[in-house]
Design a protein around this ligand. Sequence first.
Ligand SMILES: Nc1ncnc2c1ncn2[C@@H]1O[C@H](COP(=O)(O)OP(=O)(O)OP(=O)(O)O)[C@@H](O)[C@H]1O
Length: 866
Amino acid sequence: LGSMSSIAISYGEGGSVFCGLKSDGSHLVVCYGSNSAILYGTPGHLQFIGLTGGDGFMCGLLMLSHQPYCWGNSAFIQMGVPQPMTKGAEYLEVSAGDYHLCGLRKPIVGRRKNSNIISSSLVDCWGYNMTRNFVFDKQLHSLSAGSEFNCALSSKDKSVFCWGDENSSQVISLIPKEKKFQKIAAGGYHVCGILDGLESRVLCWGKSLEFEEEVTGTSTEEKILDLPPKEPLLAVVGGKFYACGIKRYDHSAVCWGFFVNRSTPAPTGIGFYDLAAGNYFTCGVLTGTSMSPVCWGLGFPASIPLAVSPGLCIDTPCPPGTHELSNQENSPCKFTGSHICLPCSTSCPPGMYQKSVCTERSDQVCVYNCSSCSSHDCSSNCSSSATSGGKEKGKFWSLQLPIATAEIGFALFLVAVVSITAALYIRYRLRNCRCSENDTRSSKDSAFTKDNGKIRPDLDELQKRRRARVFTYEELEKAADGFKEESIVGKGSFSCVYKGVLRDGTTVAVKRAIMSSDKQKNSNEFRTELDLLSRLNHAHLLSLLGYCEECGERLLVYEFMAHGSLHNHLHGKNKALKEQLDWVKRVTIAVQAARGIEYLHGYACPPVIHRDIKSSNILIDEEHNARVADFGLSLLGPVDSGSPLAELPAGTLGYLDPEYYRLHYLTTKSDVYSFGVLLLEILSGRKAIDMHYEEGNIVEWAVPLIKAGDINALLDPVLKHPSEIEALKRIVSVACKCVRMRGKDRPSMDKVTTALERALAQLMGNPSSEQPILPTEVVLGSSRMHKKSWRIGSKRSGSENTEFRGGSWITFPSVTSSQRRKSSASEGDVAEEEDEGRKQQEALRSLEEEIGPASPGQSLFLHHNF
Ligand SMILES: Nc1ncnc2c1ncn2[C@@H]1O[C@H](COP(=O)(O)OP(=O)(O)OP(=O)(O)O)[C@@H](O)[C@H]1O
């Protein structure tokens, strides 16, 4: 509803969405909220001049073509560039009502002077019985759409002109005659305008106001009525049955009209640059440098983490009565000569007087008249400014300093008490997370003994407790041969990895953090990795043996993985390595990696989200077993995947969950997406991002192939197709589900693991899907931490769960694979999987998930790894 702006709202049954132009001057749009059709349809790569929203859809005016472009869902308007579109038509403004969109055309240049046409306006509308070209014999501006009608201001006499469905709105017959307006805003069934002149009073009319009688006469529990403010306003917007405005003197928001009872009121004490209204809620951009959006009312999007542009960028000088948005280091208008114009405040609040007038560059400044203070704000402001100068200052401080110091001291004490209590509580809660009895060791059981004054690890104890050993720098330097270039086995973004041999002959990998300017980041990642790795124990997670933190050096010591990373096998220079990785080995690696991740998600308490699942973090040991490595970015996740962490995106592009990087929703399903990319990489042998392909992103490349049933084009050409091609199809289907756009539509890791295990069994010539899952050690002959008691066809007892090692503060319940299967089976997964096997081909074709990762062209993808 309302006029085009840098921010817009969509509402309706599909959910509420707030969209705004980014505050970085890119003119790109970003949206938050709950209507997935809008969120996933947001054209992140298109630049817009301004935005407008309706019921279930959002539209913007494209910077390049000056034509509207809509996304979301509407039964009345075609999404994309609305049709029919007059060839070459260009628009100055667009505005959306509930089910329609109108655009005010640019005046056509080159017409004869004095012809009537020059003072005409062309308005094109689409949707709700309005799809036609309107020609009005007056020049119009400030187009503003209500539910089922439109209004605009006449440039000549500043009068209001409206058209559309008069029956529902009755705004046309009620237009106040001979009134001049600076601005107007159409709402559901009413229009509000700011009257021309210094008073800047608001005047509203329309059918919405008839509700006054209904409301006052009936239950005030249901609706609340507020009358329009008397103060001068800067801006006005219209909701369904209400309107909101920005007050001239303090930029605060005020709303009037009818509100459903549970609506939150407009926030007080804060100023706004601009507002946008939906049906029952309003959002505004806060004044100051934060430019953060804030919403109120009913049913608004819960959290909007990103700053947005506070206005439209124009390239003409700011008109009288407005001033340029100044002193912004990161101006929202990057194009030369373009700027945002904000209305001048014309009067000062009571008790204040104008210190300087509004200029083109800055707004007026109001200060308190200290000689006649009558409000608390004035007194406190005047006393602080008075005491801030001359002798008074010294006196003030001599009186205030001890009080301030005492206050600060008390505050610090309080913070310390609260922090300690919180820390103790968290520790207590985490202890309660433990399910294993082994964890309840006394802290006196130190794993370290004193040897000649130096702390030395008690290896037996360490082995039992699986705690990290503390190494000296000297020890590790020696082990890694002085950290010479020749000892390097790999490099990451924040570290170099060296091969080393400890004094006892153990071959280790020493990960040495590269000192970057962002020391805090390094340090945080180091500690996260250390904390997590020293506590997590699983056959398919890389074991941390110890660490060293001396003189600013941070080193982690891991088991050495003789065969390097999966990335190196699949994409390294040595082509033979890739060929050696046959289908059984590849799928085994996938199963093992899945088991490691499943353990992080399902068996640790609280769950751990890896956040950086990718082929270079899947390492392969001497016996070709896969281990998930690199917990530098890991987070302890929410207990259920339905409560996402609002985290800023981190990870490796190409593997990043779109929901995570677009909406900052981080759940265990973000790892599932990355794992899906990894599966596609294993199946196809191509990199996650590969600019040699037309579709640089593997998901964009693979999913259409899968949907078309062209599995042959997907599978790595280096390997011959296995006789059990159905097994690979099963994995292809799993991968496709993992990379679904919505996290909630992706399977959980335990389901992924079960499906992969079945596929592996099938691939190895075991056709029965009833067959128990093949343990890794049988496939690859590993002796590491596994019992080899299992044989194909044998039954496995619940106590034979040897995959999970030792306990720790993160709980690892003794759940066996078979138990896992049972629990899955209870959810009907087994049946689903079997069914899936039969309907494989059919399912592949009917995959309807909307796949749309960010295009590789986006700068986002220009990442170090590729
Ligand atoms: N324990 C290990 N044994 C053998 N090689 C290893 C080991 N750990 C890491 N490497 C090698 O070092 C490389 C770099 O590892 P590292 O974890 O530092 O970075 P990365 O995960 O590849 O990248 P980034 O840190 O940017 O995510 C790995 O790809 C792997 O080839």
